[in-house]
Design a protein around this ligand. Sequence first.
Ligand code: C2E
Ligand code: CA
Ligand code: CA
Ligand code: CA
Length: 275
Amino acid sequence: AKGLGRARYCVFDPDLEARALARHQIEFDLRRALGLREFVLVYQPQNSTRDGRISGFEALLRWMQPVRGPISPAEFIPLAEEIGEIHAIGAWVIRSACFEAAGWADPTLTVAVNVSPVQFENDNIIQIVSAALKDSGLAASRLEIEVTEGVLLTESPEVLERLWSLNRMGVSIAMDDFGTGYASLSYLNSFPFSKIKIDKSFVQSEHSSRSQALISAILAIGTSLGVTTIAEGVETPDQFAAIRAIGCHSVQGYYISRPMPAEDVADYISRFDPE
Ligand code: C2E
Ligand code: CA
Ligand code: CA
Ligand code: CA
């Protein structure tokens, strides 16, 4: 037929080939990264908007890849989830964060840890958390697990039960990136969380009157459910002032501090959290 002669696919795309190779190499390196001790956690403070005091820190993962340099979790977490490495890496994150937080001078500070929905597909998550708490001596009330709406999209009763188990252990759960996922509001009924994290897309939006309205609405949801709210990605004095005026409980962002290496946390606490 007419035109068929042109309908040919390019089977060898050198770009595609290079990308496939690069992915293969990253995957290879990722499987070895934990054993080679290439992961570190950095910590970003969370502060009260009312008096500026530190209430805790969020632990954020960094892959210090010797050849390619530091790699962002946004880049390698999806791959780790895909190849199943997330279970081992995620367990290391929980354990390390508990041990590091147990050493902080102020025994009231919380540590927030990001846990992937994939980790909740495995029953081990409960043992991993309870062993980390027991071995580090960190009080369960000081550990906060940050999950995204993605954790509820499976609508799996097992996943929900695991969240409740953590809740019964005294671990708190924060809803990360609130309002950016695809879950419906009805999930808020069944799910034991005690904090809402307002995503930086709302905080940083150019259309400030609309985003102010959205932040106020999120805050109203939080207030009526009896949970606290924290705004993330606060970078400028104006954003901070707006967040405080709206009545958000806490803030996190470059305006307060960038994430810092674990070894700087003690010093930061002694300077900004005196007794
Ligand atoms: P997230 O949980 O929403 O974390 C907040 C991200 O915003 C972090 O990026 C943080 O460094 C960055 N950030 C903090 N303050 C500001 C600010 O004022 N402005 C801007 N523009 N950004 C700010 P990071 O560390 O690159 O992490 C990216 C994402 O990777 C995280 O988003 C989280 O979803 C994921 N992630 C990080 N650590 C872990 C981990 O240990 N496990 C899992 N499963 N995911 C992690
Ligand atoms: Ca987070
Ligand atoms: Ca977030
Ligand atoms: Ca995010």
